[in-house]
Ligand binder design. Structure first.
Ligand code: DLZ
Length: 300
């Protein structure tokens, strides 16, 4: 019968509202359905923006926690990456000096976890924490993070069906920038059609200047002679470039029956595959670095 918990947090001003929405968005919280209403009486709320997490609980405790004073506890799986994103957000939004006073370093807790606290706005403190890995500190699995901080990307985008591929490009850029990437660290390369993507992707990967390559194109069966042959060759070429160069390549080439289906996958009904390809590129670039850095025993 019970469906969910909602923790309401009134804010002090519209500016603070925008700052908190920006901070929670930057950290990758899933936005819920918000609401806006005309003011009904003096001081009444006019808008709300929910943020969702896969799990939540309301916890009553008997007395105070000895070391922890916070308004909200958020459990995460990649604490170091979250710390990086939070620091980056603070530096961008509050300046480098203020940022230092509003975030703590990561510390160990008495409950086998690591934790830091951050104040995105005054009077609101959030503690992010991660359980220490069991098995004597060995991770159960090596996983890539979703932080694009300090990473470099090349995006190869086909001009053919530009009405679709431009949307895929916007989706990819949106994902990279929202994940902590910098616009100057993203190179966009345009090619005539999907057929040309593998050659450009390989050349870019061979420069070793990029942590990952994102490939974006759109093949529409109805409009493409030898559709299957072209699609197979494009997929094979991108895959082979990835295997040969060792640089992660994300596959964002749509293969659709018709234009309507392509539009759905470029930001309408079925999400934006450019955004998804960029997210995969970030994760694989991070995983690539972690596997390279992990001691041999972790990999056994
Ligand atoms: C020629 C062609 C056709 C018919 N259809 C598509 C398509 O649906 N999507 C796409 O990205 N490119 C298409 N092309 C162009 C080829 O990919 C290639 O650019 C040209 O054949 C020139 O080599």
């Amino acid at each position: 019968m019970i469906k969910g918990l909602t923790l309401i947090r009134p804010v002090h001003s519209p500016a603070q509202f925008d700052e908190l929405v920006s901070f929670f968005s930057a950290l990758g919280f899933e936005p819920g359905r918000g609401w806006d209403e005309p003011p009904r009486k003096q001081g009444a709320a006019t808008k709300g923006r929910p943020f969702l997490a896969p799990l939540g609980n309301l916890q009553f405790i008997d007395g105070a926690l000895p070391t922890l004073k916070t308004d909200l506890l958020v459990e995460v799986t990649s604490l170091d990456a979250v710390h990086q994103v939070a620091s980056h957000w603070l530096e961008t939004n509050t300046g480098a000096d203020a940022a230092k006073t509003r975030i703590t370093s990561i510390e160990e807790t008495h409950w086998q976890s690591r934790l830091f606290t951050v104040q995105p706005v005054p009077d609101f403190s959030i503690a992010f924490w991660e359980r220490q890995e069991p098995l004597r500190g060995k991770p159960i699995a090596i996983e890539g993070d979703l932080s694009a901080h300090e990473m470099k990307f090349a995006i190869v985008v086909a001009r053919w069906n530009a009405v679709i591929t431009d949307r895929l490009l916007q989706g990819a850029l949106d994902c990279l920038l929202r994940s902590g990437g910098r616009r100057e660290a993203i190179e966009v390369v345009r090619v005539p059609g999907s057929w040309e993507i593998p050659a450009a992707a390989r050349q870019l990967a061979q420069t070793r200047r990029f942590d990952a390559i994102i490939t974006l194109g759109c093949l529409i069966r109805g409009e493409t002679a030898h559709y299957e042959a072209i699609y197979n060759e494009v997929a094979r070429g991108i895959g082979q470039s990835q295997q040969d160069t060792g640089v992660p390549h994300a596959f964002g080439v749509l293969t659709c029956e018709n234009l309507e289906q392509a539009l759905d996958r470029a930001g309408l009904k079925s999400g934006n595959k450019g955004f998804e390809a960029a997210a995969a590129a970030i994760e694989m670039a991070s995983l690539h670095m972690k596997i390279a850095a992990a001691p041999a025993e972790t990999r056994a």
